[in-house]
Ligand binder design. Structure first.
Ligand SMILES: NC(=O)c1ccc[n+]([C@@H]2O[C@H](COP(=O)([O-])OP(=O)(O)OC[C@H]3O[C@@H](n4cnc5c(N)ncnc54)[C@H](OP(=O)(O)O)[C@@H]3O)[C@@H](O)[C@H]2O)c1
Length: 369
């Protein structure tokens, strides 16, 4: 499966980029996010999966024997003949994607960066490091300049993508912040089961139930948007000063986090103004032509029944964030719901788009073909 893509790219640099193939490793290849990397990268125009890394439980097995495959299509052929390696083994790749469990991500991602490899991570471990970009290409591509402050030997570096719910919040808050200045956000999430990894939450805990606690999640939602929406001054991110209150719930949905958001602005805005901002926000021109960039970054639904996780998470190949139920709020200014596909835009797809931006900007790939 590939992300909904558009591949006619014309500039000289981009033609050069497209003529190269980048070999990449997937750390945590057997997990929920690792599997989504494998699905999305099958047939990718620039990247090919060369190495699969997982824990001792999986090392030495052919990938199909190591994984509980959850994809709807069969495991891609090339990957099905690949043996899973351990992180300490010698690897042949140009960069790595990480879907590592956070208990091991600090050590293993540092190890790869120290070997001179770019590490494009989904794990939380380096997100708050002031030298590490926390990146959504449509939101803060200018934060890539932080990479120059990293001091890994041999040109290695780490770039992270945000928590999956943070992605749904920030993608919808960014256009509003640009237009009216966001002062406060009140957030309640309804998060899908795939967000908890595999095997995740026990069926007896979640069947016909809602779990009103996800460890560490509310803290991430209250901190990460401040970095993402911060400005770069002298190669440092000055965090946004938005006040955020977040409550997170796990719900019996397979994929797609639905998030209720109330927002308060610094400037007055009519309902039509807010609708117009959601409808007219465009991805930056240097992002829109990347292979995994969706045609539409944000989709505003008028139908009050939308968006729904089961029906709309895969809009734009899972890379479009949907917004709906927009109306005036009795406490803050306006309220709406945002829907993000947690393992695509909120994890593997977001990381692939990050890597594409890094290639297109020359951070990855100054190697011989
Ligand atoms: N799921 C989501 O929607 C989502 C969204 C955004 C970010 N994230 C983050 O992405 C990361 C992966 O999440 P997930 O949901 O895919 O988790 P998961 O299903 O539990 O997968 C964890 C992966 O880490 C591997 N691993 C564990 N210990 C290892 C070690 N010592 N050496 C090498 N590999 C090791 C596991 O390999 P084995 O199978 O061999 O044990 C597995 O491949 C986490 O940090 C998570 O917070 C997840």
């Amino acid at each position: 499966m590939m992300i909904d893509t558009k591949r006619d790219v014309n500039s000289t640099h981009e033609n050069w980029v497209m003529s190269k193939r980048y070999r990449m490793g997937i750390l945590g290849a057997t997990g929920v996010v690792g599997q989504k990397f494998i699905e999305l990268l099958d047939g990718h125009p620039w990247f090919e999966t060369a190495e699969l890394i997982a824990s001792d439980r999986s090392v030495g097995k052919l990938y199909p024997e190591a994984v509980t495959w959850m994809g709807t299509a069969p495991i891609p052929k090339a990957v099905s003949e690949t043996t899973v390696k351990r992180a300490a083994d010698p690897l042949q790749c140009d960069f790595v994607f990480s879907g590592l469990d956070s208990s091991v991500a600090t050590e293993l991602e540092s190890q790869f960066a120290s070997q001179g490899l770019p590490v494009i991570s989904n794990a939380k471990n380096f997100r708050s490091d002031p030298t590490v970009p926390l990146l959504i290409p449509e939101v803060n591509p200018d934060h890539l300049c932080l990479i120059q402050k990293q001091s890994w030997p041999n040109g290695g570096f780490i770039v992270t993508n945000p928590n999956c719910s943070t992605v749904g919040v920030v993608c919808s808050a960014k256009p509003l912040d640009d237009a009216f200045g966001v002062d406060a956000l009140q957030i309640t999430t309804m998060q899908a089961l795939s967000g908890a990894g595999y095997p995740g939450v026990s069926s007896l805990d979640i069947q016909g139930n809602v779990l009103p606690f996800i460890r560490g999640e509310e803290e991430k939602l209250e901190m990460e948007p401040l970095k993402l929406l911060g400005s770069v001054v002298d190669s440092e991110v000055q965090r946004s000063e938005i006040s955020i209150s977040a409550q997170c719930n796990r719900v019996p949905v397979v994929d797609g986090h639905l998030i209720s958001i109330s927002v308060q602005f610094r400037e007055k805005a009519s309902l039509e103004d807010v609708e117009g901002v959601f409808r007219n926000f465009n991805s930056p021109s240097d992002v829109i032509d990347l292979p995994s960039s969706p045609d539409q970054f944000l989709h505003l639904f008028d139908d009050p029944e939308c968006p729904q996780p089961a029906r709309h998470s895969l809009l734009g190949g899972g890379m479009t964030v949907s917004v709906g139920r927009l109306k005036a709020c009795g406490v803050l200014d306006y309220r709406f719901v945002s829907l993000v596909h947690n393992t695509i835009r909120g994890a593997a797809g977001g990381a692939i788009l990050n890597a594409e931006l890094l290639v297109s900007k020359g951070y990855i790939g100054n190697r011989d073909s």
